[in-house]
Design a protein around this ligand. Structure first.
Ligand SMILES: [Zn+2]
Length: 358
């Protein structure tokens, strides 16, 4: 018997009775075999909202193109098919590739800058010694080398640490990977849905928490007390959010606004260190420039949370944005734009501290 939820998608044209019914060696009739194949085909049809099991009912304004309880193999292959999660999966995974590329290029640049400066230092020493014909004077050469090293080495051989910036890139990649995984696999089963949604919430909390690390670390690296205070606060808040999101009640559709509010509130707690930075460094152009980026980031994240909570535009025209243009895709785009703005701010911080130190 076909469960009620699949009846809508039954392809009636395929119900053909075979008059030549025979049994194979295992005692399975061709009718049964055909029925089994047809059942498999029917099962992997996209279904409508009202046919979904309760745990997949999240947004009643998206009417169709749902996958429901497909086997894992079919779910994984559905990454190449059109359904209402296709763009959600691909927007996350493509941007994640972008972050990976920037992480690699950052590492490449730091290695490259080290090499360039090593050559520059050697070159300066070489030119200096040639200019004064003191090639054989090893004492003077050593003195020049020490002077050049003292001028350049603090910046080149001991550059400002990059770990807060890399941690942010790692947090952003984890968030996007978790998001892709969640959108791809959550339709498989109730248990899978529960697990991947937990990973997704953990990814969002990780992105927000690690977003604090570059601005707080580079703004307060000369004030370890405030640096540790702000970083400790956001780390604890991130852990608390992840623990809280483990509760099954956290995923209920009616708590969508609460979830958006919690993550937005987490982001808004960044206002305190930003204001503090402005008070400390009001004369530094980099402090103003990074604050500009941070305001833009707040607007993008805030708009994303608002769209996520209100489910605009599909609320206005239910069923018209099932494949493309629904609120969750807009939310993804705005989060990615926010994280990119933050990345640009991070580069300004690095340049600032590399040039001026504490
Ligand atoms: Zn998502």
């Amino acid at each position: 018997m076909i469960p009620v939820r699949y009846k809508n998608s039954f392809p009636s044209s395929e119900i053909i009775d075979n008059p030549l019914d025979y049994e194979d060696g295992n005692g399975v009739s061709s009718k049964e075999r055909k029925g089994h194949m047809l059942w498999k085909k029917v099962k992997y049809q996209l279904v409508e909202y009202h046919s979904l099991p309760w745990y997949l009912r999240d947004n009643e304004f998206i009417h169709g193109y749902y996958r429901a309880e497909w086997p894992l193999k079919q779910v994984l292959l559905s990454i190449f098919k059109i359904h209402n999660e296709t763009l959600n999966v691909w927007t996350s995974s493509k941007v994640q590739d972008g972050y990976k590329a920037s992480l690699l290029s950052m590492e490449f640049l730091s290695t490259l800058s080290g090499n360039i400066m090593e050559r520059l230092t050697n070159c300066l020493i070489d030119r200096f010694t040639r200019m004064y014909h003191v090639v054989d004077d090893s004492v003077l050469q050593q003195g020049v080398k020490d002077d050049v090293s003292n001028m350049i080495a603090p910046l080149m051989f001991h550059p400002i640490t990059r770990w807060p910036f890399f941690l942010f890139l790692g947090g952003a990649m984890f968030c996007l990977l978790a998001s892709s995984t969640c959108h791809l696999l959550s339709c498989h089963s109730e248990r899978m849905s529960y697990i991947v949604h937990r990973i997704d919430y953990a990814g969002i909390a990780a992105l927000i928490a690690t977003s604090f690390y570059p601005p707080v670390y580079y703004s307060f690296m000369c004030n370890p007390f405030f640096c540790n205070l702000y970083l400790g606060f956001i780390t604890l808040l991130g852990i608390a959010t992840i623990v809280f999101s483990l509760l099954p009640v956290f995923q209920r559709p009616e708590l969508r606004g609460f979830r958006a509010g919690l993550f937005f509130g987490m982001g808004m707690s960044g206002v305190a260190p930003i204001l503090h930075k402005l008070i400390l460094y009001k004369d530094q152009p980099e402090a103003l420039q990074t604050t500009g980026y941070e305001i833009l980031m707040g607007i993008l994240y805030g708009l994303g949370a608002l769209i996520y909570a209100t489910r605009i535009p599909e609320r206005w025209k239910p069923g018209k944005f099932d494949i493309a243009g629904h609120s969750h895709q807009l939310f993804h785009i705005l989060v990615v734009a926010g994280a990119y703005t933050h990345y640009q701010a991070g580069l300004v911080y690095l340049r600032w501290r590399d040039l001026h130190g504490c």
